[in-house]
Write a protein that binds this ligand. Structure first.
Ligand SMILES: [Zn+2]
Length: 308
């Protein structure tokens, strides 16, 4: 469940996606209209022959979520504040158990299960997209926190007097490094989209690849914010690796090269300086695979494997 799209899938025990469904998120509409879109995704999945074999339902939602109450309040979906998503989904899936985690925690579960954080005992995984989310693996285990939000790095402030973030704080990592903010900053500094009118972060990345100085600077600023957040995390809890996925990570070295360089500026203490930065392996499917992994763990189908 995200600010841009609602994606669903039937996922098997190997992490294969058997059936997919997707709808755009009517993010500016009222709560019931947003829920109708979720119900549409569920109806598509339930029409599959494989639906009868479904044991559990996992939800990875844009945060904040409250897993202890089964509610979600996605920052980019104002119609949902304390919205009882678990109860609303549960009554549409015929009594199957429903597990809720934040989208960053879901992505982390997926990357730890079969992606770039596999076998790592201490990792920060991040989704850099419309928003910025994250999750933590600590001591070899997914660390969700009491309400399922631990590792929500997008709303750590890295610019004390910076721009106001939709969350209410200032200078959050997300306010600087999310896709829309990369595009906004480039436009404000004079970058202009090409003939196709595409003013997304991907278009800014394409311009940066072509040597556009304003586009490059916008990505470098995003990389700086991410580096400061990763360095803070490494210093607090001693992560070995930071895994970065989401649409903005698709910019590749346009993002990763300045990120690694800036990390050297901020992760200065000996125990934090060695943190590796890796691209996520599961791409756009990480949220789906991770939500399934979280649900499967909840009903005891399997455990996320420890280091091999
Ligand atoms: Zn914020």
């Amino acid at each position: 469940m995200g600010g841009t799209k609602i994606a669903g899938a039937l996922v098997d025990a190997r992490g294969e996606l058997l059936v997919r469904a997707q709808r755009p998120t009517p993010a500016r509409e009222d709560g019931a209209t947003v829920m109708d879109a979720v119900a549409g995704v569920l109806e598509t999945l339930a029409a599959s022959d494989d639906w009868a074999r479904v044991r559990a339902v996992g939800i990875g939602s844009a945060g904040p979520v409250d897993a202890s109450r089964g509610t979600v309040s996605p920052v980019n979906v104002p119609g949902w504040r304390g919205y009882p998503l678990v109860a609303e989904v549960a009554r549409r899936v015929a009594g199957r158990p429903v597990t809720l985690v934040g989208d960053g925690v879901a992505m982390t579960a997926a990357e730890h299960w079969q992606g770039a954080a596999r076998g790592r005992a201490n990792a920060l995984c991040m989704v850099v997209s419309t928003g910025v989310g994250g999750g933590l693996v600590l001591g070899g285990r997914l660390h969700t926190g009491p309400t399922g939000n631990a590792g929500h790095i997008g709303h750590i402030s890295v610019d004390l007097d910076g721009d106001t973030c939709p969350c209410g704080a200032r200078g959050c990592v997300e306010r600087i490094a999310s896709g829309p903010n990369i595009a906004r900053r480039a436009l404000d500094a004079g970058w202009r989209p090409g003939p196709d009118g595409d003013r997304s972060a991907a278009a800014v990345a394409a311009a940066a690849r072509g040597g556009d100085a304003v586009a490059l600077a916008s990505f470098e600023r995003a990389a700086q914010a991410l580096a400061a957040g990763i360095a803070a995390t490494a210093t607090l809890v001693e992560i070995e690796v930071a895994v970065i996925g989401g649409g903005v990570a698709g910019a590749g070295e346009i993002l990763f090269a300045p990120l690694r360089a800036r990390l050297r500026d901020y992760a200065t203490l000996s125990f934090a300086a060695g943190v590796e930065v890796l691209p996520a392996r599961l791409g756009a499917d990480a949220g789906l695979v991770g939500a399934a992994a979280a649900a499967a763990q909840d009903i005891g189908l399997w455990q996320v494997p420890e280091a091999p």
